[in-house]
Design a protein. Structure first.
Length: 134
């Protein structure tokens, strides 16, 4: 349904989801997930939160890092992190190294600490771009 909506409206769609594995490895596990659909309706990226934070550990499983990458669509490369992943320097570095231009932030509430993390991330992007141009 989401893939069809992205394709029908020719937009890139990034959405957070609670994903449940129904069969195979991890059967019954819930994941905090960020999905990226291309403007053609194709699923471009499927990122599971690396480490659930605090009491989230009671409900959600740990992701495997397979979705830590930028995906190229129409005119840019985009990537995303979920909540406290923005404080993980190596996760951020992987996205920088994969050529990310646009960052999607999956955050449930916007506290001051998340604002600080966003500004810090943006500063890193600005400095990286400045160094590449000069």
């Amino acid at each position: 349904m989401l893939a069809k909506a992205a394709g029908d409206h020719k937009v890139v769609l990034v959405i957070g989801a609670n994903e449940r594995v129904d069969e195979g490895p991890g059967n019954g596990t819930l994941y905090n997930t960020l999905l990226t659909f291309g403007s053609d309706g194709v699923l471009l990226n499927h990122h599971r939160k690396l480490i659930p934070t605090y009491t989230e550990r009671i409900v959600w499983g740990q992701g495997d890092g397979g979705g830590l990458k930028a995906v190229i669509h129409q005119w840019a490369a985009s990537a995303g992190l979920i909540c406290w992943e923005h404080w993980m320097p190596l996760a951020r570095q992987v996205l920088h190294d994969s050529g990310e231009h646009i960052t999607h932030r999956g955050v449930a509430t916007v506290h001051e600490m998340h604002q600080i993390a966003s500004r810090h991330y943006a500063l890193k992007e600005d400095v990286s771009c400045w160094r590449q141009v000069t």
